[in-house]
Design a protein around this ligand. Structure first.
Ligand code: IMP
Length: 505
């Protein structure tokens, strides 16, 4: 482009003025010669792992367990399982993701033959389904000996009867390895509601439900490992004791490990990073959090496969106020990404994203992906139950350094030694967020918005966006306070925000 018609600022000029955040600037429009559906959102989230969408969910106990990780991987992103739990519990969450096969229920609720009808009633009340496989020892991987369906028990007045007396032992089963299409066909022919899948020894492997099949969707963007299993991440602390956690996660099949520390430039983090790279070189390690060029360089030198950027921008975060340390997020993303890009290492912009435009801005400043807590909290797949307050449907969302989360282990991110834990200084709050519905509706909404945003910039992919940042063709401008007010809704007596559970403005 000729210099005399070039408007606005390059990324470097934008950031030169000092610490700015997403709302402080705007991106100037480019030329559109393509449809927004053509915009390609695939990115490298780490050196070796590619996503079909630049979305990562935060390792927080109100955001990511297996349901979130499964939902996001099916749609093209990745979830990072939190570690506010025991080593076994976290590894089991990873295994649940790795076992998942679309259409097959790989962790079905089962009972043993000596359970009573009343136990079935409780399951039905809690989960809303019937059709429970009965295994010899009552475990999920036990030998299948029967199934109890609604029809078997509906008119039975004695709820203390044992299941072995009422179950159907004459079973139609499928063999492990059969395709969903074959399972479907078996279900159709047998006219049953549930098809248990067993291995050669007759042990239960999974369950296919006719009702689920009818509402099944195809997920063309699913992010899978070479064995065709969903990809998943998990977080660990910098403490030496968490080496055991890493080992368990690797055994469970984790694809990437996030070393979770609010200030990632420490000897503790470097030691953990180097240890993981030595003992499990096939695992990609995301190191962080960092916000400066010097911090980034140290982690890159130690072998980080991606950097996680952010200190203080999180919606539940009080770090900057309490610690007086941190950085405005737009500046942090630009500075760290420019150092990491030179080494071919992606950066993940973590925290402070409360609208689609913030995602676009993080990518425009050089991030390859965004990590989000707030945006995914309150979806159906986030841990926790919905509740009502003043007629509004909500879910809990809390910082891992809120007193509430630290009480059950969240302080590992903020204090590097176990004996530091006697006095707790909170760096986060606990609160609630609006119901955002299921990921299957919510993520396509984010994707469509993001595609249209890149289209307005005149770029067809995240790669093209980064090229524009690099060669200065992507143009930015600072927004005065008045410009920010002008850019938000103003002057109306009242209005209804149509974003799904998002911050307005
Ligand atoms: P959000 O997407 O703006 O809600 O920010 C989520 C991010 O905040 C997480 O990925 C963490 O990096 C960070 N975070 C989580 N818990 C806390 C906390 O208690 N204090 C400060 N930062 C936190």
């Amino acid at each position: 482009m000729q210099d005399d018609i070039r408007d606005g600022l390059s990324g470097r000029e934008l950031i030169a003025g000092g610490g700015i955040t997403y709302d402080d600037f705007i991106i100037l429009p480019g030329h559109i010669d393509f449809h927004h559906q053509e915009v390609e959102l695939g990115v490298q989230v780490t050196r070796r792992i590619r996503l079909n969408l630049p979305f990562v969910s935060s390792p927080m106990d109100t955001v990511t367990e297996h349901k979130m990780a499964i939902g996001l991987a099916c749609l093209g992103g990745i979830g990072v399982i939190h570690y506010n739990n025991s080593v076994d519990a976290q590894a089991e969450e990873v295994r649940k993701v790795k076992r998942f096969e679309n259409g097959f229920i790989t962790d079905p609720v089962v009972l043993g033959p000596d359970a009573q009808l009343a136990d079935l009633d409780r399951i039905k009340e809690r989960y809303g389904f019937s059709g429970i496989p009965i295994t010899e020892d009552g475990t999920q991987r036990g030998r299948l000996i029967g199934i109890v369906t609604n029809r078997d028990i509906e008119f039975e007045p004695d709820r203390t009867r044992r299941l072995r007396e009422v179950m159907t032992a004459d079973l139609v089963t499928g063999r492990a390895g059969l395709t969903l299409k074959e399972a479907n066909e078996l279900l159709r022919r047998s006219k049953k509601g549930k098809l248990p899948i067993v291995d050669e020894q007759g042990r239960l492997v999974s369950l296919v439900s006719r009702r689920d099949l009818l509402k099944r969707r195809n997920f063309p963007e699913t992010v899978k490992d070479p064995k065709q299993r969903l990809r998943v991440g998990a977080a660990v602390s910098t403490r030496d004791e968490d080496r055991e956690r890493v080992t368990a996660l690797v055994e469970a099949g984790v694809d990437l490990v996030v070393i979770d520390s609010a200030q990632g430039d420490s000897i503790y983090e470097l030691r953990m990073l180097e240890w993981i790279k030595r003992s499990a070189p096939h695992i990609d390690v995301v190191a962080g959090n960092v916000v400066t060029r010097a911090q980034s360089l140290r982690l890159l030198d130690a072998g980080a496969d991606a950097l996680r950027i952010g200190m203080g921008p999180g919606s539940i975060c009080t770090t900057q106020g309490t610690m007086a340390v941190g950085r405005a997020q737009a500046t942090a993303v630009y500075q760290t990404a420019s150092v990491a890009r030179a080494r071919g290492v992606p950066v993940i912009a973590d925290g402070g994203i409360s609208q689609i435009g913030h995602i676009a801005k993080a990518l425009a400043l050089g991030a390859s992906a965004v990590m989000m807590g707030y945006m995914f909290a309150g979806t159906e797949e986030s841990p926790g139950d919905y509740f009502y307050e003043g007629g509004v449907r909500l879910k809990r969302y809390r910082g891992m350094a809120s007193l509430e989360a630290m009480a059950v282990g969240g302080d590992k991110r903020y204090q590097t030694r176990a004996d530091d834990r006697k006095v707790k200084v909170a760096q986060g709050v606990a609160g609630s967020v609006l119901d955002k519905g299921p990921l299957n509706d919510y993520v396509p909404y984010l994707v469509q918005g993001l595609r249209q945003s890149l289209q307005d910039m005149g770029v067809k992919s995240v790669t093209a966006l980064h090229a524009g940042l690099e060669d200065g063709s992507l143009r930015f401008e600072m927004r005065s306070l008045a410009a920010q007010i002008e850019g938000g809704v103003h002057g109306l007596h009242s209005y209804k925000d149509s974003g799904i559970g998002m911050r307005s403005g």
